[in-house]
Design a protein around this ligand. Sequence first.
Ligand code: 13P
Length: 253
Amino acid sequence: MRLPIIAGNWKMYKTIEETIEFVTSLRGLLKDVPDDKVEIVICPPFVNLQAAASVIKGSNIKLGAQNLFPKQEGAYTGEVSPLMLRSVGCSYVIIGHSERREYFKETNEFINEKVKVAIEYGITPIMCVGEKLEEREKGLTFDVVKDHVVNGLKGISKDKVQHVVIAYEPVWAIGTGKTATPQQAEEVQKYIRKLLSEMYDEQTAQTIRIQYGGSVKPENIKELMACENIDGALVGGASLKADSFEQIVKFYK
Ligand code: 13P
């Protein structure tokens, strides 16, 4: 059985003051969520990680970052290393989000490097994959997703890949209010699992968690989570409000 994982990607939202207030209220709202029902992760911006870490200490909420630079340290102005993320208390890191692929021109090769380094430092990578609208319309969804998955995981062994979380985020569904239907999401996520079984083996593929992301809300989380190959959600906008994130986390109720 794969443990569902709900992660909030805050993107570039919230100051330190807002972070402390928000996470304090979230901690209270989520305190009864059992560890064996769902894993809860929040991914604030870098500068808010420490504040968030102190508020969630001893709770059932885990900390993730939204990016890393794949070196331990060095002359890389403006970047943040996996060692730094680990020391602030991150156990997760989002890698290869479509916004980074689009605005910062991140390639599969760079993403692959980051995924490997995250694993090396004991930080679970949440590797994002997904097609743009024009790619879907041209019938290229599976090709694009295959390219992201195969190249993003290049050189990662069977025992290590089990620590990776994959997030299927169709770009056309991000921040648009246009969620993929559960059938559309399941179709691609089933394909990703099949691909993983070809790249590794069936047993390994069955252990890897695949999240869905793109306009996830309290209103659609239940039907998405009912799909066989959807093991959680990567939530943007709806993770910024305590009540909506609470309802998403408590999808099982
Ligand atoms: P929204 O939930 O705001 O559509 O964002 C999804 C996303 O990009 C999560 O990483």
